[in-house]
Design a protein around this ligand. Structure first.
Ligand SMILES: N[C@@H](CCC(=O)N[C@@H](CS)C(=O)NCC(=O)O)C(=O)O
Length: 210
């Protein structure tokens, strides 16, 4: 499989972490290494990442890619066994993808600045609004869990964690203060320490980091 993505692309990071958690080997192809126009031919949506799964098939959208990986390589699962917990993990992740990432991604920031003439302060307010609401909701969700666990929804990192960690790195790069979210920070710290095992471990030093 080929993961076509870009450095510091948080939707791509979700997929990379999922592949690492499942121990699936893949080749990373930086979009910058493709010929001009080639990526749009492969993925008419034009957004990163995309996963080339062979036979000329290219899957766009991290949520679709993650579902494909989970269905094609079910073991180990990225989702909790309990259907209710599964739904909670998916809801947590969807909040990140749809309500935080989609509103703060680079093309939205550029549109605000370049097309709507928003100044630095206004763009900052925009980011603070959507990231602040989002992280507050995520922190509260973890606080309200019926059973607390080292990772978002269990003893192993999975669907929710692989959405959370790249979003936290992304927010930090955008200057958002994460100190009001101790539960999220604790999950991030645990994820950051995880090392891959076996052959994969010799190639990568951490599952959640490059
Ligand atoms: N919903 C998409 C979001 C993809 C997305 O927005 N990717 C960003 C990078 S994180 C991108 O392609 N940006 C390029 C652009 O905005 O033109 C997914 O989850 O894959």
């Amino acid at each position: 499989m080929l993961l076509i993505s870009r450095w510091q692309n948080s939707a791509g990071e979700r997929v990379r972490i999922a592949l690492n958690l499942k121990g699936i080997s893949y080749r990373y192809v930086p979009v910058s290494s493709l010929e001009p126009g080639e990526y749009h031919r492969l993925n008419p949506q034009g957004l990163l990442p995309a996963l080339d799964i062979g036979d000329g098939r290219v899957v766009p959208q991290s949520s679709a890619i993650l579902s494909y990986i989970e269905e094609a390589y079910p073991d180990p699962s990225l989702l909790p066994e309990d259907p209710a917990l599964r739904a909670e993990a998916r809801g947590f992740a969807a909040h990140i993808a749809a309500e935080m990432h989609a509103l703060t991604v680079q093309r939205v920031r550029h549109f605000l600045r370049d097309e709507l003439s928003a100044g630095e302060a206004e763009v900052k307010r925009w980011l603070a609004r959507w990231l602040g609401l989002g992280f507050t909701a995520l922190e509260e969700t973890l606080r309200q869990r019926k059973v607390s666990s080292p990772f978002c929804f269990g003893d192993r990192p999975g669907w929710a964690d692989l959405h959370l960690i790249p979003q936290m790195s992304n927010a930090r790069r955008l200057g958002h203060d994460l100190s009001p979210y101790p539960l999220l920070l604790a999950v991030e710290q645990r994820c950051g320490r995880l090392k891959p095992s076996g052959r994969q471990g010799r190639r990568r030093s951490r599952i959640f980091r490059r």
